[in-house]
Ligand binder design. Structure first.
Ligand SMILES: Nc1ncnc2c1ncn2[C@@H]1O[C@H](COP(=O)(O)OP(=O)(O)O)[C@@H](O)[C@H]1O
Ligand SMILES: O=C(O)C1=C[C@@H](OP(=O)(O)O)[C@@H](O)[C@H](O)C1
Ligand SMILES: [Mg+2]
Length: 189
């Protein structure tokens, strides 16, 4: 029996969390493990707008990006397939997106501390993220700590959370897959 027949909300999995927590990387592996289609919200925005994420920020500004992101999210959720969707770090905090995801599917929060994020993000990772680039390590830590304290209110509304700072990519994906398939009822608190 397909999972969606057991619980339709398990057929739409939304990964949320700070930039660098592993939503895109873990999401791809998780989708393979579950046999779901993988979607990355940043990629969907890029396809929709015909621009890269940094270009959308540069040419149109953040407010425009947030509207484009909300449109792409709702569009993706209409797809009939079972999906794992990696959101962008800010997506849950704008345009009622967290309400929408909680109502539509299963939301999973990948938790990392600001220091774990700083240690993990490579120069290439930083360059691809307009809100993180051009910051010194100290400024980056401060920005991530401030932003996490504003965003956590949204992230904590997720159906479940997983500690994603020390486990490998495949181990994080496996833990989430066990929750989605019902093999475990709760993830790490
Ligand atoms: N569990 C993990 N262990 C080690 N490195 C990871 C893990 N998850 C992600 N990464 C690395 O962290 C960086 C950010 O991952 P990414 O999936 O792009 O994050 P997000 O989409 O949440 O911003 C990438 O360099 C990725 O390879
Ligand atoms: O934190 C944010 O506001 C953003 C995170 C990015 O996605 P990742 O979380 O995949 O880095 C991307 O959507 C954009 O650069 C804005
Ligand atoms: Mg990503």
């Amino acid at each position: 029996m397909p999972l969606s027949a057991l619980d339709p909300k398990k057929s739409k999995v939304f990964l949320v969390g700070m930039p660098g927590c592993g939503k895109s990387t873990v999401g791809k592996v998780l989708a393979q493990q579950l046999g779901y289609v993988f979607l990355d919200l940043d990629t969907l925005v890029e396809e929709q707008e015909g621009l890269t994420v940094p270009q959308v920020f540069e040419q149109h500004g953040q407010a425009y990006f947030r509207e484009a992101e909300a449109r792409a999210l709702r569009q993706a959720a209409t797809r009939p397939e079972q999906i794992v969707l990696a959101t962008g770090g800010g997506a849950p905090c704008f345009c009622g997106n967290m309400d929408f995801m909680v109502a539509t599917g299963t939301t999973v929060y990948l938790r990392l501390s600001p220091q774990e994020l700083v240690d993990r993000l490579t120069p290439l990772d930083l360059q691809a993220r307009p809100l993180l680039r051009d910051k010194s390590p100290l400024q980056l830590h401060q920005y991530l700590a401030d932003t996490l304290s504003q965003r956590e209110l949204f992230y904590r509304r997720a159906s479940c959370g997983v500690e994603a700072g020390r486990a490998s990519i495949s181990a994080v994906a496996r833990e989430i897959a066990r929750y989605i398939t019902g093999a475990s009822t709760q993830l790490s608190e």
